[in-house]
Design a protein around this ligand. Structure first.
Ligand code: 4GN
Length: 254
């Protein structure tokens, strides 16, 4: 998977993504990340890429020409016309499902806006997808691009050491992850749940699944609609809901 980021702040995105798991995936050649400095496509002797908005108003607007030229150059280099994602609070909210869909692309371009935004004509000409990471406003599109690239990368085969973890984890089947424990066995008087020390894999699997269901009911009940539960698990969930409603004993509520 080849990621291309059109940005005025290449060091910001390269610094972040070269760290940890995405950095190792880059070293291994499983993904590539290229930051294209939009300023390199300015035709202005002072390398300007922005100007005042027509009609007046505060701040500056990014001009269309350097952005379109950067994209056309990228297309010439790759021999393709990849999808261009524009990160904006006006976009569809990015989800795991959208990440799964984008992970099937060979090349992806992320266009990062700054200041008051980008001249609408550049967006009309190059943007194919308008995505948001949530209902809040940031100073630039770089952090949202990094969030999306991180999320998509971990779905690319070979990026995670653990072959199964990308699938089993939170959201895959609309259930939250079960709690994790490591040494020591007792910490500050809190013991690791007995079943995890038992070595009884069937029981461990059942306990984890139940914890996932319990947690999802407590923290994100909205997700349960889309969960794929077996008959027995459905019964377990109904029992939990009954306990909740009757305010009954919560035997292992952690
Ligand atoms: C995206 C971009 C928030 C998001 C952004 C988001 C930069 N803020 N919620 N800010 O995904 C003006 C130029 C605002 C681009 C934009």
């Amino acid at each position: 998977m080849n990621f291309h980021i059109l940005t005025l702040f290449p060091e910001m995105v390269m610094g972040g993504l070269s760290t940890s798991i995405t950095g190792r995936a880059m070293e291994k050649g499983i993904i590539s990340v290229e930051a294209v400095n939009i300023r390199d496509y300015s035709k202005d002797k002072h390398r300007h890429v922005d100007d005042a908005p027509y009609g007046g108003g505060a701040g500056m607007v990014m001009q269309p020409e350097p952005i379109c030229d950067a994209y056309e150059d990228l297309c010439a280099r790759t021999g393709r016309r990849p999808r261009v994602i524009y990160m904006t609070p006006q976009g569809r909210v990015f989800t795991q499902q959208i990440a799964e869909e984008l992970a099937r692309e060979e090349e992806l371009v992320f266009l990062c806006g700054h200041y008051e935004g980008i001249d609408e004509r550049a967006l009309e000409l190059v943007a194919t997808d308008y995505l948001s990471i949530g209902d809040y406003v940031l100073t630039g599109g770089e952090l949202p691009a990094m969030v999306m690239i991180d999320c998509i990368s971990r779905l690319v085969p070979g990026v995670l050491n653990n072959e199964v973890s990308a699938e089993v984890e939170s959201f895959h089947d609309n259930l939250l992850e079960y709690p994790q424990y490591t040494r020591p066995e007792v910490f500050n008087g809190l013991a690791v749940p007995e079943v995890l020390l038992s070595g009884h894999h069937k029981n461990i699997e059942k306990w984890r699944r139940e914890q996932s269901i319990r947690r999802t009911l407590e923290r994100r009940p909205d997700l349960l609609k889309g969960a794929n539960l077996s008959k027995k698990e459905q019964k377990y969930l109904e029992e939990l809901i009954r306990e909740q409603e009757t305010g009954e004993n919560e035997p292992d509520s952690h």
